[in-house]
Design a binder for this molecule. Structure first.
Ligand code: URA
Length: 444
């Protein structure tokens, strides 16, 4: 039928692949009938020649259908047919918005069936954060997961092994063949997992800046545009929010520290930027769930803020945590999760305005403390991390506390301190521009 060699040549020469050809490549590679060397050559041909929207949609659907497709129709029946909305972040540092958004939507009667991943490298994973809560289990069976979504309104489980297995295999190959940074490959990788998780609508948080894949607004916009278009081609409603990742989101990076920070927002306080992004993402999800146009945004924002200030979202967080076996005691007291042994301040060396942050280095600081993993099999220390005491644009004096390192090992703290010092720069801002906006664009 098809020949992989001919398909590689077709793409290498700038040809456009049809659905049958793309499905053949994905199926045969997943089944082990196409060797890594041919798939690597194909991915490199895609990297150079690109794929059009139609090819990218075929690739997305083929990867989504390479494993289990979660059926959420039972949940939809229980809510009178309301669409199921998912949210996905393209990966950043200090991003704990899922822990805030899930309970907000559940409090508003919108069901959220979330599958999350573990962290790798400088970015954290929601599952690791949740597992820093004593007793919390993210290993649910599909029945338990669906039951909890119906009864509580929100469940978050570890991505099942058979969710888009083609993506898992291809991503591992891209990682070692210089083919990660291609728009069609990134978009299809992310969207295939979202489609397999069964959502009707998806809000994408496309991160942009020094801690993200996309370093500038034009490239973040290009990725967001492609994902919105292919989502629509695959019959899903998609909104992309482009948000700044030129500094960590919120003040804390590290698993239990981030859970406590998320609870602060649910208690009606917390970091302003973290709160702003969580509220906006939740409101955009509400619009999709209720099939409302952008004109409904003001009302959606109001309703989201209401469940934050009247404690209903916090109550949902407690219900959700307890349903997955977690001890909710920490949500009743200030800073109630396990803390690291040492709290070491990092002081400002040069007075001025904080003008830039290499956000990836803040992630690496947490990784070096043991708060993240270099390989998927590494174990992590939930209590360690970093508190960043200032945002970009803040004026700081020599000797002010820039950050606090939460460590269980003093020598690891030294490495983390080095990363934090390298990450931040004080100086005179260009064109008097100090504070940067958090939400950079919305693409519908
Ligand atoms: N995240 C993914 O899931 N896939 C990519 O290709 C990039 C980021």
């Amino acid at each position: 039928m098809y020949s992989m060699n001919e398909l590689i040549l077709k793409k290498r020469n700038g040809g456009v692949l049809d659905e049958g050809e793309i499905r053949y490549i994905i199926k045969e590679y997943t089944d082990g009938n196409i060797p890594d060397y041919q798939m690597s050559a194909f991915l490199m041909a895609v990297w150079f020649k690109g794929m059009n929207d139609e090819e990218t949609s075929f690739l997305t659907m083929a990867m989504a259908e390479s494993g289990d497709m979660l059926d959420l129709s039972e949940i939809k029946k229980s809510t009178g047919g309301q669409p199921i909305i998912d949210k996905h972040s393209t990966g950043g540092v200090g991003d704990k918005t899922t822990l805030i958004i899930g309970p907000i939507l559940a409090a508003l009667g919108v069901h959220v069936a979330k599958m999350s991943g573990r962290g790798l490298g400088h970015t954290g994973g929601t599952i690791d954060k949740l597992e820093s809560i004593p007793g919390f289990s993210s290993e649910l069976t599909e029945e338990e997961f669906l039951e909890q979504v119906k009864s509580v309104g929100f469940a978050d489980m570890c991505q099942t092994r058979n969710l888009a297995p083609a993506d898992k295999k291809i991503y591992a190959l891209r990682d070692v063949t210089g083919t990660v940074d291609n728009y069609s490959l990134i978009a299809s990788s992310i969207m295939s997992k979202k489609l397999a998780s069964g959502a009707d609508g998806i809000v994408l948080d496309v991160k942009c800046g020094s801690g993200a894949f996309m370093k500038d607004i034009p490239s973040a916009r290009k990725l967001a545009d492609i994902m919105v278009r292919i989502g629509k081609k695959c019959g899903r409603n998609v909104t992309a929010v482009i948000s700044d990742m030129n500094e960590p989101l919120g003040r804390f990076v590290g698993n239990s520290l981030e859970v406590m920070e998320a609870v602060k927002v649910l208690q009606g306080g917390g970091d302003e930027r973290l709160c702003e992004l969580s509220v906006r993402l939740a409101a955009e999800m509400l619009l999709l769930a209720e099939d409302k146009k952008e004109s409904g945004l003001e009302d959606a924002l109001k309703r989201v803020n209401e469940v934050l200030s009247n404690g209903k979202a916090l109550q949902k967080f407690r219900e959700f945590t307890a349903a997955q076996g977690g001890d909710t005691g920490f949500t009743y007291e200030d800073g109630g999760l396990e803390k690291a042994k040492y709290m070491i301040p990092v002081r400002v060396e040069k007075a001025g305005i904080l003008v830039s942050c290499d956000t990836e280095k803040v992630g690496l600081a947490t990784l070096s403390l043991g708060g993240g993993r270099e390989k998927l099999t590494d174990s992590i220390d939930p209590a360690v991390g970093v508190e960043i005491c200032h945002h970009l644009g803040d004026k700081v004096e020599k000797g002010d506390i820039l950050a606090i390192i939460y460590a269980n090992d003093e020598s690891k703290a030294e490495t983390a301190e080095k990363y934090i010092r390298e990450a931040y720069e004080t100086g005179i801002p260009e064109q008097g521009n100090t504070k940067k906006p958090l939400i950079l664009d919305i693409i519908r």
